[in-house]
Design a protein around this ligand. Structure first.
Ligand SMILES: [Zn+2]
Length: 454
Protein backbone atom coordinates (compact mmCIF):
# COMPACT_ATOMS: atom_id res chain seq x y z
CA UNK A 1 0.00 0.00 0.00
CA UNK A 2 1.17 3.47 -0.78
CA UNK A 3 1.89 4.99 2.62
CA UNK A 4 2.32 8.62 1.70
CA UNK A 5 2.87 10.98 4.57
CA UNK A 6 0.32 13.77 4.83
CA UNK A 7 2.99 16.41 5.22
CA UNK A 8 4.35 15.83 1.69
CA UNK A 9 4.08 18.91 -0.47
CA UNK A 10 3.56 18.49 -4.18
CA UNK A 11 3.12 20.96 -7.03
CA UNK A 12 0.17 20.82 -9.34
CA UNK A 13 -0.49 22.69 -12.60
CA UNK A 14 -3.86 24.36 -12.37
CA UNK A 15 -5.87 26.14 -15.09
CA UNK A 16 -8.36 28.69 -13.87
CA UNK A 17 -10.39 31.66 -15.05
CA UNK A 18 -10.40 34.78 -12.87
CA UNK A 19 -13.36 36.98 -13.70
CA UNK A 20 -13.69 40.67 -12.83
CA UNK A 21 -16.28 43.36 -13.47
CA UNK A 22 -15.10 45.93 -16.00
CA UNK A 23 -16.09 49.59 -15.88
CA UNK A 24 -15.55 50.99 -19.40
CA UNK A 25 -16.45 54.57 -20.33
CA UNK A 26 -19.12 55.08 -22.99
CA UNK A 27 -16.47 55.46 -25.62
CA UNK A 28 -14.69 52.28 -24.47
CA UNK A 29 -18.02 50.43 -24.46
CA UNK A 30 -18.45 51.24 -28.14
CA UNK A 31 -14.97 49.95 -28.89
CA UNK A 32 -15.51 46.71 -26.95
CA UNK A 33 -18.95 46.10 -28.48
CA UNK A 34 -17.45 46.61 -31.92
CA UNK A 35 -14.79 43.96 -31.25
CA UNK A 36 -17.54 41.58 -30.09
CA UNK A 37 -19.28 42.21 -33.40
CA UNK A 38 -15.98 41.58 -35.23
CA UNK A 39 -15.49 38.37 -33.27
CA UNK A 40 -18.99 37.12 -34.23
CA UNK A 41 -18.51 38.03 -37.87
CA UNK A 42 -15.12 36.30 -38.05
CA UNK A 43 -16.52 33.21 -36.38
CA UNK A 44 -19.46 33.11 -38.81
CA UNK A 45 -17.20 33.53 -41.85
CA UNK A 46 -15.10 30.58 -40.61
CA UNK A 47 -18.27 28.55 -40.11
CA UNK A 48 -19.45 29.29 -43.65
CA UNK A 49 -16.06 28.34 -45.12
CA UNK A 50 -16.02 25.13 -43.12
CA UNK A 51 -19.58 24.23 -44.17
CA UNK A 52 -18.66 24.65 -47.85
CA UNK A 53 -15.55 22.56 -47.34
CA UNK A 54 -17.49 19.77 -45.64
CA UNK A 55 -20.05 19.82 -48.45
CA UNK A 56 -17.26 19.41 -51.05
CA UNK A 57 -15.55 16.66 -49.06
CA UNK A 58 -18.71 14.74 -48.37
CA UNK A 59 -18.61 12.30 -51.27
CA UNK A 60 -14.83 12.15 -51.72
CA UNK A 61 -12.50 9.32 -50.77
CA UNK A 62 -10.46 9.90 -47.65
CA UNK A 63 -7.23 10.66 -49.53
CA UNK A 64 -8.99 13.12 -51.82
CA UNK A 65 -10.52 15.23 -49.08
CA UNK A 66 -9.05 18.69 -48.76
CA UNK A 67 -8.90 20.78 -45.62
CA UNK A 68 -8.31 24.50 -45.40
CA UNK A 69 -5.31 25.64 -43.38
CA UNK A 70 -5.67 27.96 -40.40
CA UNK A 71 -3.80 30.76 -42.17
CA UNK A 72 -6.16 30.47 -45.13
CA UNK A 73 -9.14 31.02 -42.81
CA UNK A 74 -7.41 34.14 -41.47
CA UNK A 75 -6.78 35.51 -44.95
CA UNK A 76 -10.38 35.08 -46.05
CA UNK A 77 -11.76 36.58 -42.84
CA UNK A 78 -9.55 39.66 -43.09
CA UNK A 79 -10.36 40.17 -46.76
CA UNK A 80 -14.11 39.83 -46.15
CA UNK A 81 -14.06 42.32 -43.27
CA UNK A 82 -11.94 44.81 -45.24
CA UNK A 83 -14.31 44.58 -48.20
CA UNK A 84 -17.17 45.41 -45.88
CA UNK A 85 -15.10 48.32 -44.50
CA UNK A 86 -15.25 46.90 -40.96
CA UNK A 87 -12.26 47.95 -38.84
CA UNK A 88 -10.84 45.06 -36.80
CA UNK A 89 -8.00 43.90 -34.59
CA UNK A 90 -6.12 40.92 -36.05
CA UNK A 91 -5.85 39.36 -32.58
CA UNK A 92 -9.64 39.21 -32.35
CA UNK A 93 -10.16 37.67 -35.80
CA UNK A 94 -7.43 35.11 -35.15
CA UNK A 95 -8.80 34.18 -31.74
CA UNK A 96 -12.25 33.74 -33.32
CA UNK A 97 -10.69 31.34 -35.82
CA UNK A 98 -8.81 29.48 -33.06
CA UNK A 99 -11.99 29.13 -30.97
CA UNK A 100 -13.94 28.06 -34.05
CA UNK A 101 -11.45 25.33 -35.04
CA UNK A 102 -11.37 24.12 -31.43
CA UNK A 103 -15.17 23.89 -31.51
CA UNK A 104 -14.97 21.79 -34.69
CA UNK A 105 -12.39 19.55 -33.09
CA UNK A 106 -14.61 19.10 -30.05
CA UNK A 107 -17.59 18.27 -32.29
CA UNK A 108 -15.64 15.23 -33.55
CA UNK A 109 -14.38 14.13 -30.14
CA UNK A 110 -15.34 10.67 -28.90
CA UNK A 111 -17.76 11.96 -26.24
CA UNK A 112 -19.65 14.35 -28.52
CA UNK A 113 -19.86 11.81 -31.37
CA UNK A 114 -21.29 9.27 -28.92
CA UNK A 115 -23.79 11.81 -27.61
CA UNK A 116 -24.89 12.67 -31.15
CA UNK A 117 -25.34 9.01 -32.01
CA UNK A 118 -27.45 8.52 -28.90
CA UNK A 119 -29.67 11.48 -29.84
CA UNK A 120 -29.97 10.10 -33.40
CA UNK A 121 -31.03 6.69 -32.13
CA UNK A 122 -33.75 8.29 -30.05
CA UNK A 123 -34.96 10.77 -32.70
CA UNK A 124 -38.15 9.88 -34.53
CA UNK A 125 -39.61 12.89 -36.32
CA UNK A 126 -37.64 14.60 -39.15
CA UNK A 127 -37.32 17.65 -36.91
CA UNK A 128 -35.76 15.62 -34.11
CA UNK A 129 -33.40 13.92 -36.56
CA UNK A 130 -32.26 17.27 -37.97
CA UNK A 131 -31.68 18.54 -34.43
CA UNK A 132 -29.73 15.43 -33.44
CA UNK A 133 -27.50 15.70 -36.54
CA UNK A 134 -26.53 19.24 -35.52
CA UNK A 135 -25.76 18.34 -31.92
CA UNK A 136 -22.37 19.58 -30.73
CA UNK A 137 -21.44 21.42 -33.94
CA UNK A 138 -20.48 25.12 -33.85
CA UNK A 139 -23.37 27.55 -34.33
CA UNK A 140 -23.60 30.99 -35.92
CA UNK A 141 -22.96 33.79 -33.42
CA UNK A 142 -25.62 36.47 -33.24
CA UNK A 143 -24.78 40.01 -32.16
CA UNK A 144 -28.37 40.41 -30.94
CA UNK A 145 -28.05 37.98 -28.03
CA UNK A 146 -27.71 39.52 -24.55
CA UNK A 147 -24.43 37.66 -23.92
CA UNK A 148 -21.54 38.79 -26.15
CA UNK A 149 -17.80 38.29 -25.94
CA UNK A 150 -14.49 38.33 -27.71
CA UNK A 151 -11.20 36.59 -26.96
CA UNK A 152 -7.77 38.18 -26.77
CA UNK A 153 -4.47 36.29 -26.61
CA UNK A 154 -1.70 36.61 -24.01
CA UNK A 155 0.03 39.56 -25.61
CA UNK A 156 -0.46 43.29 -26.12
CA UNK A 157 -2.06 43.93 -22.77
CA UNK A 158 -0.95 45.02 -19.33
CA UNK A 159 -2.48 45.22 -15.88
CA UNK A 160 -1.74 48.43 -14.00
CA UNK A 161 -2.32 49.30 -10.37
CA UNK A 162 -4.87 51.97 -9.59
CA UNK A 163 -6.70 52.54 -6.32
CA UNK A 164 -7.24 49.91 -3.60
CA UNK A 165 -10.33 48.49 -5.16
CA UNK A 166 -9.58 49.00 -8.83
CA UNK A 167 -6.95 48.05 -11.34
CA UNK A 168 -6.54 49.02 -14.95
CA UNK A 169 -6.55 46.74 -17.96
CA UNK A 170 -4.59 48.35 -20.74
CA UNK A 171 -5.68 46.88 -24.05
CA UNK A 172 -5.98 48.26 -27.61
CA UNK A 173 -4.33 51.47 -26.28
CA UNK A 174 -7.24 51.99 -23.90
CA UNK A 175 -7.14 52.05 -20.12
CA UNK A 176 -10.21 50.27 -18.75
CA UNK A 177 -10.92 50.09 -15.02
CA UNK A 178 -11.87 46.81 -13.37
CA UNK A 179 -12.81 45.96 -9.79
CA UNK A 180 -10.01 43.82 -8.41
CA UNK A 181 -11.77 41.80 -5.71
CA UNK A 182 -9.00 39.19 -5.60
CA UNK A 183 -5.36 39.06 -6.69
CA UNK A 184 -4.13 36.80 -9.45
CA UNK A 185 -1.69 34.16 -8.10
CA UNK A 186 1.82 35.61 -8.18
CA UNK A 187 3.39 32.87 -10.32
CA UNK A 188 0.68 32.74 -13.00
CA UNK A 189 1.11 32.46 -16.75
CA UNK A 190 -1.55 34.22 -18.85
CA UNK A 191 -3.18 31.96 -21.47
CA UNK A 192 -5.94 34.14 -22.87
CA UNK A 193 -8.28 36.99 -22.01
CA UNK A 194 -12.04 37.02 -22.61
CA UNK A 195 -13.98 40.27 -22.53
CA UNK A 196 -17.72 39.75 -22.25
CA UNK A 197 -20.97 41.62 -21.86
CA UNK A 198 -24.21 40.52 -20.22
CA UNK A 199 -27.08 42.90 -20.89
CA UNK A 200 -25.28 46.08 -19.86
CA UNK A 201 -22.50 44.81 -17.63
CA UNK A 202 -18.96 44.17 -18.86
CA UNK A 203 -16.50 41.59 -17.55
CA UNK A 204 -12.94 40.47 -18.13
CA UNK A 205 -11.79 36.87 -17.56
CA UNK A 206 -8.12 36.09 -17.28
CA UNK A 207 -7.53 32.46 -18.17
CA UNK A 208 -4.33 31.56 -16.38
CA UNK A 209 -2.14 28.62 -15.55
CA UNK A 210 -0.14 28.36 -12.34
CA UNK A 211 1.63 25.94 -10.05
CA UNK A 212 -0.28 25.28 -6.87
CA UNK A 213 1.31 23.83 -3.77
CA UNK A 214 -0.71 20.95 -2.46
CA UNK A 215 0.05 19.93 1.09
CA UNK A 216 -2.34 17.07 1.40
CA UNK A 217 -2.47 14.30 -1.19
CA UNK A 218 -5.33 12.00 -0.31
CA UNK A 219 -5.52 8.50 -1.71
CA UNK A 220 -7.45 5.50 -0.53
CA UNK A 221 -4.35 4.52 1.46
CA UNK A 222 -4.37 7.53 3.77
CA UNK A 223 -8.02 8.59 3.72
CA UNK A 224 -9.40 9.51 7.12
CA UNK A 225 -12.86 7.92 6.94
CA UNK A 226 -14.32 10.36 9.46
CA UNK A 227 -13.55 13.08 6.93
CA UNK A 228 -15.78 11.64 4.22
CA UNK A 229 -19.20 13.02 3.38
CA UNK A 230 -22.22 12.22 1.18
CA UNK A 231 -24.24 15.02 -0.39
CA UNK A 232 -27.83 14.58 -1.61
CA UNK A 233 -29.08 17.29 -4.00
CA UNK A 234 -32.69 18.34 -3.51
CA UNK A 235 -34.87 21.13 -4.82
CA UNK A 236 -34.73 23.07 -1.56
CA UNK A 237 -31.64 21.79 0.16
CA UNK A 238 -28.35 19.95 -0.06
CA UNK A 239 -28.49 17.22 2.58
CA UNK A 240 -25.15 16.18 4.08
CA UNK A 241 -24.29 13.02 6.00
CA UNK A 242 -22.11 14.79 8.58
CA UNK A 243 -23.32 17.45 11.03
CA UNK A 244 -23.04 20.94 9.65
CA UNK A 245 -20.15 22.88 11.10
CA UNK A 246 -19.93 26.45 12.23
CA UNK A 247 -18.17 27.35 8.98
CA UNK A 248 -21.15 26.26 6.94
CA UNK A 249 -23.59 27.98 9.27
CA UNK A 250 -21.94 31.27 8.45
CA UNK A 251 -22.44 30.69 4.74
CA UNK A 252 -25.95 29.38 4.30
CA UNK A 253 -29.16 28.87 6.21
CA UNK A 254 -29.26 25.39 7.70
CA UNK A 255 -32.00 23.18 9.05
CA UNK A 256 -31.88 20.24 11.44
CA UNK A 257 -28.05 20.18 11.42
CA UNK A 258 -27.97 18.22 8.17
CA UNK A 259 -29.78 20.29 5.57
CA UNK A 260 -28.09 23.22 3.83
CA UNK A 261 -30.78 25.41 2.27
CA UNK A 262 -29.63 26.10 -1.27
CA UNK A 263 -31.23 29.50 -1.70
CA UNK A 264 -33.92 28.50 -4.22
CA UNK A 265 -36.68 29.09 -1.68
CA UNK A 266 -35.33 31.97 0.37
CA UNK A 267 -37.06 35.34 0.35
CA UNK A 268 -34.84 36.95 -2.20
CA UNK A 269 -34.85 33.95 -4.53
CA UNK A 270 -38.64 33.71 -4.43
CA UNK A 271 -39.06 37.45 -4.95
CA UNK A 272 -36.88 37.38 -8.07
CA UNK A 273 -38.56 34.29 -9.43
CA UNK A 274 -41.99 35.85 -8.94
CA UNK A 275 -40.96 39.07 -10.66
CA UNK A 276 -39.61 37.11 -13.63
CA UNK A 277 -42.88 35.18 -13.88
CA UNK A 278 -44.97 38.36 -13.94
CA UNK A 279 -42.79 39.95 -16.60
CA UNK A 280 -42.75 36.83 -18.74
CA UNK A 281 -46.52 36.61 -18.67
CA UNK A 282 -46.75 40.24 -19.70
CA UNK A 283 -44.27 39.63 -22.47
CA UNK A 284 -46.06 36.61 -23.93
CA UNK A 285 -49.37 38.53 -23.97
CA UNK A 286 -47.63 41.32 -25.86
CA UNK A 287 -46.13 38.91 -28.40
CA UNK A 288 -49.55 37.34 -29.03
CA UNK A 289 -51.05 40.75 -29.67
CA UNK A 290 -48.27 41.65 -32.06
CA UNK A 291 -48.65 38.42 -34.00
CA UNK A 292 -52.40 39.04 -34.32
CA UNK A 293 -52.03 42.62 -35.51
CA UNK A 294 -49.03 41.68 -37.71
CA UNK A 295 -47.02 44.65 -36.45
CA UNK A 296 -43.39 44.60 -35.38
CA UNK A 297 -41.87 44.06 -31.96
CA UNK A 298 -41.30 47.48 -30.46
CA UNK A 299 -39.35 49.36 -27.86
CA UNK A 300 -41.46 48.15 -24.92
CA UNK A 301 -40.93 44.55 -25.86
CA UNK A 302 -37.19 45.07 -25.84
CA UNK A 303 -37.33 46.95 -22.53
CA UNK A 304 -39.24 44.14 -20.83
CA UNK A 305 -36.88 41.56 -22.29
CA UNK A 306 -33.92 43.48 -20.88
CA UNK A 307 -35.58 43.51 -17.47
CA UNK A 308 -36.18 39.75 -17.63
CA UNK A 309 -32.58 39.08 -18.67
CA UNK A 310 -31.29 41.26 -15.86
CA UNK A 311 -33.38 39.50 -13.21
CA UNK A 312 -32.41 36.06 -14.49
CA UNK A 313 -28.77 37.08 -14.43
CA UNK A 314 -28.87 38.32 -10.85
CA UNK A 315 -30.75 35.19 -9.83
CA UNK A 316 -28.07 32.95 -11.32
CA UNK A 317 -25.24 35.13 -9.95
CA UNK A 318 -26.70 34.88 -6.48
CA UNK A 319 -27.01 31.11 -6.77
CA UNK A 320 -23.52 30.71 -8.21
CA UNK A 321 -22.06 32.76 -5.41
CA UNK A 322 -23.70 30.56 -2.78
CA UNK A 323 -22.68 27.34 -4.57
CA UNK A 324 -19.08 28.55 -4.65
CA UNK A 325 -19.11 29.21 -0.93
CA UNK A 326 -20.70 25.87 -0.06
CA UNK A 327 -18.39 23.85 -2.33
CA UNK A 328 -15.30 25.63 -1.00
CA UNK A 329 -16.33 24.91 2.59
CA UNK A 330 -16.97 21.25 1.80
CA UNK A 331 -13.62 20.86 0.05
CA UNK A 332 -11.79 22.53 2.88
CA UNK A 333 -13.19 20.12 5.44
CA UNK A 334 -13.53 16.78 3.72
CA UNK A 335 -11.09 14.36 2.13
CA UNK A 336 -13.76 12.37 0.29
CA UNK A 337 -16.95 13.85 -1.13
CA UNK A 338 -19.59 11.57 -2.67
CA UNK A 339 -22.53 12.77 -4.77
CA UNK A 340 -25.12 11.09 -6.94
CA UNK A 341 -24.35 10.60 -10.62
CA UNK A 342 -26.72 13.20 -12.11
CA UNK A 343 -26.63 11.68 -15.58
CA UNK A 344 -27.96 8.39 -14.25
CA UNK A 345 -30.44 10.23 -12.04
CA UNK A 346 -31.81 12.18 -15.00
CA UNK A 347 -32.38 8.99 -16.94
CA UNK A 348 -34.17 7.51 -13.95
CA UNK A 349 -36.55 10.43 -13.46
CA UNK A 350 -37.28 10.51 -17.18
CA UNK A 351 -38.27 6.86 -17.35
CA UNK A 352 -40.34 7.19 -14.16
CA UNK A 353 -42.14 10.11 -15.71
CA UNK A 354 -43.26 8.01 -18.67
CA UNK A 355 -45.58 6.04 -16.40
CA UNK A 356 -47.23 9.04 -14.87
CA UNK A 357 -50.62 10.30 -15.88
CA UNK A 358 -50.22 13.63 -17.59
CA UNK A 359 -52.83 16.28 -16.99
CA UNK A 360 -52.68 18.69 -19.87
CA UNK A 361 -49.69 19.19 -22.11
CA UNK A 362 -48.62 22.56 -20.78
CA UNK A 363 -48.16 21.28 -17.24
CA UNK A 364 -45.86 18.60 -18.53
CA UNK A 365 -43.75 20.99 -20.57
CA UNK A 366 -43.46 23.38 -17.71
CA UNK A 367 -42.42 20.83 -15.11
CA UNK A 368 -39.88 19.46 -17.58
CA UNK A 369 -38.46 22.92 -18.11
CA UNK A 370 -38.23 23.60 -14.38
CA UNK A 371 -36.49 20.35 -13.77
CA UNK A 372 -33.98 20.87 -16.55
CA UNK A 373 -33.16 24.35 -15.24
CA UNK A 374 -32.73 22.91 -11.81
CA UNK A 375 -30.55 20.04 -12.89
CA UNK A 376 -28.44 22.48 -14.90
CA UNK A 377 -27.62 24.30 -11.68
CA UNK A 378 -26.98 20.96 -9.92
CA UNK A 379 -24.48 20.06 -12.64
CA UNK A 380 -22.81 23.38 -12.00
CA UNK A 381 -22.61 22.72 -8.27
CA UNK A 382 -21.25 19.20 -8.75
CA UNK A 383 -18.60 20.37 -11.21
CA UNK A 384 -17.52 23.04 -8.70
CA UNK A 385 -17.03 20.37 -6.03
CA UNK A 386 -15.25 18.08 -8.44
CA UNK A 387 -12.93 20.83 -9.63
CA UNK A 388 -12.05 22.06 -6.17
CA UNK A 389 -11.64 18.57 -4.77
CA UNK A 390 -9.54 17.04 -7.56
CA UNK A 391 -7.93 19.94 -9.45
CA UNK A 392 -7.34 22.61 -6.83
CA UNK A 393 -6.57 19.92 -4.27
CA UNK A 394 -5.55 16.31 -4.47
CA UNK A 395 -8.50 14.84 -2.62
CA UNK A 396 -11.12 12.25 -3.44
CA UNK A 397 -14.39 12.78 -5.28
CA UNK A 398 -16.82 10.04 -6.39
CA UNK A 399 -20.10 9.89 -8.22
CA UNK A 400 -22.31 7.03 -7.08
CA UNK A 401 -25.30 5.22 -8.54
CA UNK A 402 -28.41 7.09 -7.37
CA UNK A 403 -30.81 4.14 -7.58
CA UNK A 404 -32.94 3.63 -4.44
CA UNK A 405 -30.93 6.09 -2.31
CA UNK A 406 -34.23 7.31 -0.89
CA UNK A 407 -35.54 3.82 -0.05
CA UNK A 408 -32.44 2.13 1.31
CA UNK A 409 -31.67 2.10 5.05
CA UNK A 410 -28.09 3.21 5.67
CA UNK A 411 -28.08 1.47 9.06
CA UNK A 412 -29.02 -2.08 8.05
CA UNK A 413 -29.07 -1.96 4.23
CA UNK A 414 -32.75 -2.94 4.01
CA UNK A 415 -34.19 -1.72 0.68
CA UNK A 416 -37.94 -1.33 0.80
CA UNK A 417 -40.44 1.06 -0.74
CA UNK A 418 -42.32 0.99 2.57
CA UNK A 419 -39.30 2.56 4.30
CA UNK A 420 -40.69 5.79 2.98
CA UNK A 421 -44.29 5.91 4.26
CA UNK A 422 -44.53 9.65 3.65
CA UNK A 423 -42.64 12.11 1.51
CA UNK A 424 -40.96 13.69 4.54
CA UNK A 425 -40.45 10.59 6.66
CA UNK A 426 -38.03 7.66 6.63
CA UNK A 427 -38.66 4.65 8.86
CA UNK A 428 -36.90 1.36 8.22
CA UNK A 429 -39.33 -1.59 8.20
CA UNK A 430 -36.60 -3.89 9.47
CA UNK A 431 -34.48 -2.09 12.08
CA UNK A 432 -36.96 0.78 12.70
CA UNK A 433 -34.26 3.38 12.15
CA UNK A 434 -36.16 6.65 11.76
CA UNK A 435 -34.93 9.95 10.36
CA UNK A 436 -35.29 12.69 7.76
CA UNK A 437 -35.33 11.07 4.28
CA UNK A 438 -32.94 13.56 2.65
CA UNK A 439 -30.40 13.07 5.44
CA UNK A 440 -30.93 9.30 5.12
CA UNK A 441 -30.18 9.50 1.36
CA UNK A 442 -26.96 11.43 2.00
CA UNK A 443 -25.80 8.68 4.40
CA UNK A 444 -26.45 6.02 1.76
CA UNK A 445 -24.54 8.12 -0.78
CA UNK A 446 -21.59 8.36 1.60
CA UNK A 447 -21.70 4.62 2.19
CA UNK A 448 -21.67 3.93 -1.56
CA UNK A 449 -18.88 6.47 -2.02
CA UNK A 450 -16.69 4.70 0.54
CA UNK A 451 -17.46 1.34 -1.05
CA UNK A 452 -16.45 2.67 -4.45
CA UNK A 453 -13.12 3.99 -3.15
CA UNK A 454 -12.32 0.78 -1.30
ZN1 LIG B 1 -32.69 -0.41 8.73
Amino acid sequence: MNQMSKSDISLKTVNLGYKYRLYPTDHQKQLLSHQMFVYNQSYNICLNLWKKESEKNRNLEKEEKKYRKATSYDTVVKRALSLRKISFKTVVTQQARINFLNAVKKAFSKEVVAERQKALDKAQTPKEIAKALKLGFPKFQSSKEPHQSFTWNNQGYSILDSTDKFKILQIMSKKIRFRSHRELPSNHKMCSIVISKDSNKYYVSFNIEFQKEIGLVISKGNLDITKSIGVDLNIENFAVSNPITLLMKNIAEVKDDHLILNGSRNRRGLKYAKAVKVLERKQSRRVLKIIKSKSKLGKNHRKTQNKINKLNKSLSNQKQDLYHKISTALTREFELIAVEDLKLKNQMTKSAKGNEIVHGKKVKQKSGLNRSLLSASFYQFVSMIQYKQTMLNDKLFVKVNPAYTSQECSECGNRDKANRPQQDKFKCTKCHHQTNPDFQASCTIKKRGLEKVA
